[in-house]
Write a protein that binds this ligand. Sequence first.
Ligand SMILES: [Fe+2]
Length: 357
Amino acid sequence: MSVTRRHFLTTAAAASATAFLPVRPAPAADSSPPSPESQAPSSASFSFIHLTDQHITARRHAPEGYAKCIAAINALSPAPDFVLMGGDMVFDGCYTAKDDYTNQIRLFKEITRGLKYPWHPCLGNHDVLGWGPREKVAPTDPVYGKKMIMDALEWHEPYYSFDHKGWHFTVLDSAYPKKGANGAIIQEPRLGPEQLEWLGYDLGAAGDRPKIAVVHVAAFCNVGQISGNPKHLAMDGNMVIWDTHELRTILERHNVKLLLQGHSHRVEDTFWNGTWYVTSPAASGAWWGGNWTGSDPGYTVVRCEGDKVTWSHESYPWEAHLEAKEAVERKRIAEQQAKRAEQKRLLALERAGRKQS
Ligand SMILES: [Fe+2]
């Protein structure tokens, strides 16, 4: 099967990114059968890391926190084979000044260089420069949109796939451009028909290989149910990709085992029609402002064995370092801590049993 491949790799040993990552194959023809190699069952065992929502910024001691996160991953035993990013690698380009965003990318690159393992990028909504109502960059800027971060990371295609030890991995791009006013672009959380079509053929070309995909904005995210808020819509416009049904239909058709998700900063595991939808903890917790989303700062270790996949959500030791003016975050952290303390108190009370009157 003829497949166009480009490559990308960043390792601790390499001072800058070099070619490694197999990137987006062109859609295969309808009649192309999977290659014999793609039919081979996988027998290798390995693990990898899903590392998402780092939101790297110079503020809140984020560089120090991210370095700690990377040190925790580097110390894992057994060692993972690679790291799969989940998007929102930098704090924000949608409403942040370009200089600040540029610095965030520089910090992200510098600190990520400390990873002992190869890593694969994934686009999050905040990784884009501009593309929003609060943008601080002109649409005429030559690096407006995805170009700046992709150039900086020597990353050629926003969605792509690669194979590893008999498994097939597909990285999706949920930042979809829509024409706004005065030449500006508005970002919508969806994959779009072109990417969905590519995905079908990409998975088709992978034949019977076990498959895993990653996307930033989730296909399943139950924030309304988690918070118990009846007014929070299941499809609220921001937390779930708008073409979730189309995506899930393709994943089901190709027996994709696992879709790794980010964006909500809340750990969730959902199983539907043969596919697991797993949202990993954010490496930044609540944007380096504590753990008030309900999930401590962390990452997910994914283990592939034969054609089975298992995972565990891990945290690493990190305390928020808030600035004096950040009263809202302080209040949210206090509420979260009070909630956890109350749970502990109730658990002890209920385990002790009812008092006889
Ligand atoms: Fe996000």
